[in-house]
Design a protein around this ligand. Structure first.
Ligand SMILES: Nc1ncnc2c1ncn2[C@@H]1O[C@H](COP(=O)(O)OP(=O)(O)OP(=O)(O)O)[C@@H](O)[C@H]1O
Ligand SMILES: [Mg+2]
Length: 607
């Protein structure tokens, strides 16, 4: 199964460097800063208004009991009025808060989605322009899953977490300020208990989560053992290793048990702790608070007492939610760092600095070209390769597997810079030619054709996006592809790829050939283009290729003698060097590597 390996969740620390990268994120926010600022104003307003709730509510709750002691019965009417006033004030508060929150959410989502769209676009643009070497180093599956995971983390954080984080901070700071204002003494008692308990509870909870995570991992491992044993059951039986496998399984099962029992113990402690300490803390605060409202000269009115209680509860909840939010902000900063790393890295546009646009006629010269793949410096793949190809020649590259034939094709396309020596097209060094210009004069028909999702027409016109329908049909005809395309009910509009119909290997290749014909390149590269075909489709493909090769320089990496025979020159590549050159008959006559290859592979028989 090709599931991308789960990366060990590295704990991203907030370092200077990562903050630096996160700063780049702000450059993405810039175009939307006006809207974003308005969003923040709404956020500040709705958060501050949230603070009014404990105050108004506390006073509302306190009005009834407070009044008789400080006010005369004659003011009873006023008393009623007070309650109503507070209630109305509360309603207005909620209404305003909902109004602000609505706009805050809409605006934050808007800004986030716009920003992410820009980041997605830039990241993809960056990826598609990355040099080939990048794709050797990074697995595509891992790259795409990491990219989408990173964007998801960023999305959640930008859309809600930052706003929530800020709101909770406002609530905490505001609560403390009001508490201190109302009663410094009660504030002190409260601060010494509730936040401490809340934080301890959160970290305790995390620790327990970690324990059960380990148990889960272990469970996955034990399932792996079952799968392995049952899939390879005949191995297990034939080697009579049943007891060994059972032993292996029992060991992991034991570990799961111990881990779960251990986490159960801690969970027990945790829950008792929560019940005891949290309720204890609340009892202490309520007890002390109530004491302050007693006596002939109470330090605290009833309303203020209720307000303090509500502020305390609100603050406890805010404290509890902060560590998780902080963690997810940290993760988002890590994600931003990854994304910005991709966006900041050097792509082909930055690396390939050639600017010349000489006329490319198809004359190619390799001058002492040595090459090793960037990530494998120790293995030299091509060694001082020297050859000269004039325009319209057909060159066959022949050699055993791993000799370096496809590597030559990659170098022609400027996928990698040569390690030593130089490649010239019409006398101009490849490093001076603008790569897009060069590639626009080349086409490759690879061994394994990959069609894009879309219609056959889309796939052929990939060779020349501006081609007309007539040109596409003409190309399909020349590629011997029209005959099968026209039989489909939807013709050129037939969907292919993952969601469309499946084409055979030969059909796909003829579409790739049509694509190359449409491009009308000066230099054509065919990488073992016919090796996977039965002889009937091979003949159709071969005919198409012969037409395609006319009037251009062709490099054919071929196993088929029919192609090789027609070649103007055959290069026999062995261990990264050209060991023999010449025409088929000469090479056979000289009885060297080529003659040996032909004999060994029996390619003669196919002709
Ligand atoms: N992307 C790569 N990174 C590192 N080494 C590579 C890479 N591609 C090929 N090689 C190595 O370079 C050498 C030549 O490979 P190349 O693909 O050019 O061989 P080939 O002649 O096309 O073989 P085949 O006939 O099997 O396709 C091989 O030893 C291979 O291991
Ligand atoms: Mg190859």
């Amino acid at each position: 199964m090709l599931r991308p390996k789960k990366k060990k969740e590295k704990r991203e620390k907030l370092s200077k460097d990562s903050i630096q990268r996160a700063k780049k994120l702000f450059s993405y926010l810039k175009p939307y800063r006006g809207l974003f600022t308005i969003g923040w104003v709404f956020l500040v307003l709705s958060s501050s208004i949230g603070l009014l709730f404990p105050i108004l509510m506390g006073q509302l709750l306190g009005t009834g009991s407070e009044q008789p002691s400080s006010m005369q019965g004659a003011l009873n009417l006023m008393n009623v009025d007070n309650v109503t006033t507070y209630a109305i004030a509360l309603f207005i508060m909620f209404a305003t808060q909902s109004f602000f929150s609505f706009f805050r959410i809409v605006i934050f989502t808007n800004v986030t989605e716009n920003t992410l769209r820009d980041i997605r676009k830039d990241a993809f643009q960056q990826l598609i322009y990355m040099p080939m070497d990048f794709f050797n180093k990074n697995k595509v599956g891992e790259l795409t899953s990491r990219l989408s995971a990173d964007i998801e983390k960023l999305q959640e954080t930008m859309r809600t977490t930052i706003a929530e984080f800020f709101r909770q901070l406002v609530l905490i700071i505001g609560s403390v300020a009001f508490l201190v204002y109302i009663s410094p003494k009660l504030a002190l008692i409260m601060l010494a208990t509730v936040p401490v308990m809340a934080i301890v509870a959160v970290f305790f909870g995390r620790f327990i989560k970690k324990l059960s995570k380990r148990a889960q991992d272990e469970a996955a491992a034990s399932n792996g053992i079952i799968e392995e044993a049952l899939m390879g059951i005949s191995n297990v039986k034939s080697f009579t290793n049943e007891l060994f496998m059972i032993g292996k399984y029992v060991k992991t099962v034991d570990t799961i048990k111990s881990l779960n029992v251990k986490s159960g113990l801690w969970r027990g402690i945790f829950v008792s702790f929560l019940i005891f300490c949290m309720s204890g803390a609340i009892v202490v605060v309520v007890w002390q608070g109530l004491l302050m409202t007693q006596g002939p000269n109470p330090e605290l009115s009833r309303g203020d007492f209720f307000t303090c209680m509500l502020l305390t509860i609100m603050m406890g909840m805010s404290f509890g939610s902060i560590p998780d939010m902080y963690a997810s902000i940290q993760k988002a900063i890590g994600a931003t760092e990854n994304l910005m790393n991709i966006i900041d890295s050097k792509n082909e546009k930055a690396l390939l600095t050639g600017t010349l646009k000489p006329e490319i006629t198809g004359a190619v010269c390799f001058e002492k070209v040595s090459f090793n793949y960037p990530q494998r410096q120790d293995v030299s793949v091509l060694k001082a390769l020297d050859f000269n190809v004039t325009k319209n020649q057909t060159i066959a590259l022949v050699g055993s597997s791993g000799a370096g034939k496809s590597t030559i094709a990659s170098l022609l396309l400027n996928y990698y810079p040569v390690t030593q020596g130089s490649i010239q097209f019409d006398g101009v060094s490849i490093s001076d030619i603008e790569t897009e210009h060069l590639r626009s004069h080349m086409a490759i028909v690879p061994q394994e054709v990959i069609l894009f999702g879309g219609s056959i027409q889309d796939n052929i016109s990939f060779g020349n996006i501006e081609a007309t329908a007539e040109q596409i049909i003409e190309a399909a005809k020349q590629a011997n592809a029209w005959e099968f395309i026209s039989k489909f009910p939807e013709g050129l509009g037939t969907e292919v790829g993952d969601r469309g119909i499946q084409l055979s290997g030969g059909q796909k290749q003829r579409i790739a050939i049509a694509r190359a014909i449409l491009k009308d390149p000066k230099i054509l590269i065919l990488d073992e283009a016919t090796s996977a075909l039965d002889s009937e489709s091979e003949q159709l493909v071969q005919e198409a290729l012969n037409k395609l090769m006319e009037g251009r320089t062709s490099f054919v990496i071929a196993h088929r003698l029919s192609t090789i025979r027609k070649a103007d020159n055959i290069f026999v590549i062995d261990e990264g060097m050209i060991k023999e050159t010449g025409k088929h008959d000469d090479l056979i006559a000289s009885n060297g590597i080529y003659a040996n290859l032909v004999e060994l592979q029996g390619v003669n028989a196919l002709n």
